[in-house]
Design a protein around this ligand. Structure first.
Ligand code: ZN
Length: 414
């Protein structure tokens, strides 16, 4: 127990100091070279703890490692995946992690010099960690607990199994991947080399989180050609692409926007609009957990654009869809035992499972649709993508315990 505490704490602090910020739209893999800095550390560490088949994919920046089965039973290989990059939304260099021991409630001074205070009233989730030891930053950067808390947990879990051959387990596969935060979708993860039959991404926030339902997603990109003439003589002639764009956006139901929906409610999100009288581009994100509803939303956007095309001329509109992913639900459903085992593991570690439909996508969504069922479980961080991100050390310890119990579930049920 104490052992997991020190190991996870020290690892998180070490990994957090390595800047692994990724960047969107670079067209490169990995999007930033600095992700190799952590990949090399993890590659060496996996070797040092005695993992097998340790491999660093030098092209795609993915680290692999195995723990071979020590059981006489025929147990299927279980994979665990965590991502090495951190969000580009907030500064990720010069991270200064520190530990607040035995938090007793109240505001937390992150940075005296710059007067950065984390107010309990603004971050009520702090209350869930009374009595715990929490890793914070100095309030000027990310911590990167998303997803380095998961890497710390996995490394500690792997080391424990290797050092305790008396604990029976099946084959365990580990992979550390790049660019999750910028839509990398673990696309270069070599499933054959990975060799898992089932896998979990460890990338959720608070302990107990289980997501096996994600959004279905696509992005409708509408471009509008206007007809620009001198405004003084425009009557009956001008077609203002900006106005047509606004007309399109106003056709989207107000109660089906990101800021008016929650839980399993889908939405339309007009997230990009740029243009002038002559030309405008409107991009609308479409999200829904339900497959039929998702299709209905696409049909709705099509009909909106058709209506405008009838009014202003077909040749003025183009509509394309991209940046899609699909919910993992249908892929995971035939393997619901992997969720049952996880719930059992959490309960026997004293954690209440919290199954929520995820209002986003995960790398596991894409991995699932490549044929490897891959739900998401908690990494233990809070306030990801924020300067107020933190990780309770006891959360990582719990997650190591959960992984050990989960391993046992697969042994018991083999
Ligand atoms: Zn993450």
């Amino acid at each position: 127990m104490d052992r997991f505490y020190e190991k996870t704490r020290d690892r998180l602090i070490e990994y957090a100091k390595i800047d692994t910020g990724s960047l969107p739209n670079t067209g490169r893999t990995p999007s930033t070279d600095n992700q190799f800095d952590l990949a090399r550390v993890l590659f060496k560490e996996l070797k040092d703890i005695g993992a097998s088949d340790v491999y660093l994919d030098e092209k795609n920046c993915i680290v692999y490692g195995n723990i071979p089965s020590n059981s006489k039973k025929d147990i299927m290989p279980i994979g665990y995946i965590a991502h090495m990059d951190v969000s580009p939304d907030v500064k990720s260099s010069d991270v200064k992690p520190w530990v607040y021991e035995n938090y007793q409630g109240g505001d937390i001074v992150l940075n005296k010099e710059l007067n950065i205070v984390m107010e309990e009233a603004l971050y009520p989730n702090l209350k869930n960690y009374i009595g715990m030891d929490i890793v914070f930053t100095d309030g000027t950067t990310l911590l990167g607990g998303d997803d380095k808390a998961a890497i710390s947990t996995l490394m500690t879990f792997a080391e424990y199994l290797i050092e305790h051959p008396e604990i029976e387990h099946g084959p365990i596969r580990l992979a550390f991947t790049p660019d999750e935060e910028v839509g990398g979708l673990a696309k270069d993860l070599d499933l054959e080399r990975f060799g898992a039959k089932l896998a979990y991404t460890i990338d959720g926030d608070y302990v107990g989180t289980i997501n096996y339902e994600t959004f279905n997603a696509t992005e409708a990109m509408v471009s509008i050609e206007g007809l620009s003439v001198h405004p003084g003589t425009a009557k009956g002639v001008m077609i203002n692409a900006v106005d047509v764009g606004v007309e399109l956006i106003n056709m989207l139901p107000l109660n089906e926007r990101p800021y008016t929906t929650e839980g399993r409610e889908g939405y339309y999100h007009s997230h990009y609009f740029k243009g002038n009288c002559e030309h405008a581009d409107v991009d609308i994100l479409i999200r829904d957990h339900d497959n039929d509803e998702f299709q209905r939303r696409i049909d709705f956007i099509n009909s909106c654009v058709e209506k405008l095309a009838e009014k202003y001329g077909k040749e003025r509109f183009s509509l394309t869809y991209s940046n899609g992913y699909r919910s993992m639900l249908n892929v995971v459903k035939p393997h619901m035992y992997m969720i049952d085992y996880l719930e059992n593991a959490m309960k026997s570690a004293g954690v209440t499972p919290s199954i929520t439909p995820f209002r986003g996508g995960t790398d596991g969504s894409a991995i699932s649709h490549r044929g490897l069922p891959c739900p998401n479980i908690s990494a233990g961080y809070e306030n990801g993508h924020s300067r107020f991100e933190f990780v309770p050390i006891q959360s990582m310890v719990k997650n190591v315990e959960i992984l050990i119990k989960l391993t046992d579930e697969f042994v018991k049920n083999a």
